[in-house]
Design a protein around this ligand. Structure first.
Ligand SMILES: [Zn+2]
Length: 448
């Protein structure tokens, strides 16, 4: 078909011809400019940018509220970078505390333990505010069972756990599946018990309607207490594939096991699938974004197949849940090539926490680049800072996460600029979005 060139098309062509070369250059596979020089220029500016940490577990090492999985995860054969032999740990504690040694031997780590114990004993909110200041973090999510009085509510925003609502019955079969579940599931039972105490009930409500009302009550109360999102780490306990059972089927299971008995795996799944979708719907009603753990997890028994983020496709692409904001925590790693396409949905966001410390920056840069090339406005930063040990506490997690992410971000953007994909001005806009703006936009400003 021959198209007649109209006056306005001609005008548009003229304007296009007058644009600076960089804005209309064809992109290239190989760098056209000096990548190192662009990287250095970008990094200098990125280091001054405000950071919002979209996923972290701040707290002292012996604080059992730091995660629903408790302070001590099951044993694991850690990947190279997470091992105690990684010299980056020494760099972090030297930068944060002026650590006087050059290794993390047990004897030397006692120095760190004493420092943290003194801060804990001293009380007040100054210590953790100071850690954020040192890392250039304006505010951080505190994904915890409950908030701690040593965390400043102006800087730490609470994200609470909701998995325990999926495990209200006798959990004998789940607990026995492998040694990891033996650690996790009893802790989930404790969280549910706490929620029941909060609602002043001593046993499960008589009816399924009553159970759902109890769940809604806890969500509303936790939101009033400052909670900004609900968090699932359910990938640790079962498949991320949730079917769509009718309410009557779930209610029948509830009625059968409410006061005792061990449900079959199929029966339990029916109840959980329904309750999960109820929590997702409530997240939309209450404007509580739903955070989901979606990457390879702690412990040697974490199932990559069941935990595959693509199992959530039927949920995040269900038009009934368009009012619910989903944050795919840890970006579905290692399925990072697939996960970015879920972010085509306007209500789906991806967080990079855990990846930037699991991988070295040289590889994290590639993950980030692919995502920035696809849906740059949907990617958010997080550290997953967590008190693993005296040497790798939440403090060091913040420091390592921020430094690795800035480095990889500057490198990914420098490659995009050098390949004529974006301008340097656009690169800085993407950087602001990733480190701060994209996530902050999802929540109301801290009210206190
Ligand atoms: Zn986490």
């Amino acid at each position: 078909m021959v198209r007649r060139i109209t006056g306005s098309a001609l005008l548009a062509g003229l304007v296009y011809a007058l644009l600076p070369v960089a804005a209309r250059a064809q992109s290239h596979a190989l760098p056209q400019g000096d990548v190192q020089a662009i990287y250095r220029r970008l990094l200098q500016k990125i280091e001054l940018m405000k950071v919002f940490d979209h996923h972290a577990h701040p707290g002292f090492g012996d604080d059992s509220d730091v995660d629903a999985q408790g302070p001590a995860p099951p044993p694991q054969h850690p990947p190279l970078r997470a091992r105690a032999t990684n010299p980056e740990g020494v760099v972090a504690v030297k930068a944060l505390f002026g650590y006087p040694y050059s290794d993390l031997s047990e004897e030397h780590m006692r120095w760190l333990g004493e420092k943290s114990a003194a801060a804990q004993k001293g009380g007040g909110i100054g210590y953790w505010d100071g850690i954020l200041d040192q890392c250039g973090i304006e505010a951080s999510v505190a994904n915890r069972v409950a908030m701690a009085n040593y965390l400043d509510p102006k800087r730490f925003r609470w994200v609470f756990f909701v998995d325990s609502f999926l495990f209200p019955f006798d959990n004998k079969l789940v607990t026995g599946e492998n040694p990891d579940e033996g650690v996790y599931i009893p802790l989930q039972e404790k969280v549910l018990h706490r929620y029941m105490q909060q609602a002043e009930i001593t046993q499960l409500p008589d009816t399924f309607d009553g159970y759902l009302a109890f769940i809604s009550r806890i969500l509303e109360e936790n939101q009033k207490k400052g909670g900004i999102a609900e968090k699932f780490e359910v990938a640790y306990f079962r498949s991320l594939y949730f079917a769509d059972p009718p309410r009557e089927a779930a209610a029948a299971v509830y009625g059968k096991y409410r006061s005792g008995g061990v449900p079959t795996p199929e029966e339990y799944t029916t109840l959980q699938d329904y309750v999960f979708r109820y929590l997702v719907t409530e997240g939309g009603r209450l404007h509580l974004p739903v955070h989901l753990h979606t990457a390879v997890g702690e412990g040697d028994y974490f199932s990559l197949q069941k935990g595959n983020v693509m199992n959530l496709e039927n949920i995040v692409k269900d038009p009934r849940y368009l009012d619910t904001t989903f944050v795919l925590i840890h970006g579905g790693y290692p399925y990072f090539r697939q996960v970015i396409w879920l972010a085509s949905m306007r209500n789906v966001y991806i967080d990079t926490s855990e990846i930037e410390v699991l991988l070295y920056p040289s590889e994290f840069k590639n993950v980030l680049k692919l995502w920035l090339q696809t849906y740059p406005e949907k990617i958010t930063f997080g550290t997953d800072a967590y008190p693993y040990s005296a040497a790798l506490g939440s403090e060091e997690g913040y420091w390592l996460g921020v430094h690795a992410a800035r480095d990889a971000l500057a490198a990914a953007l420098a490659e995009m600029v050098a390949a004529d994909e974006i301008t340097e001005a656009k690169a800085l806009e993407f950087a602001h979005g990733y480190l701060h703006d994209n996530a902050v936009r999802l929540y109301p400003a801290a009210s206190r």
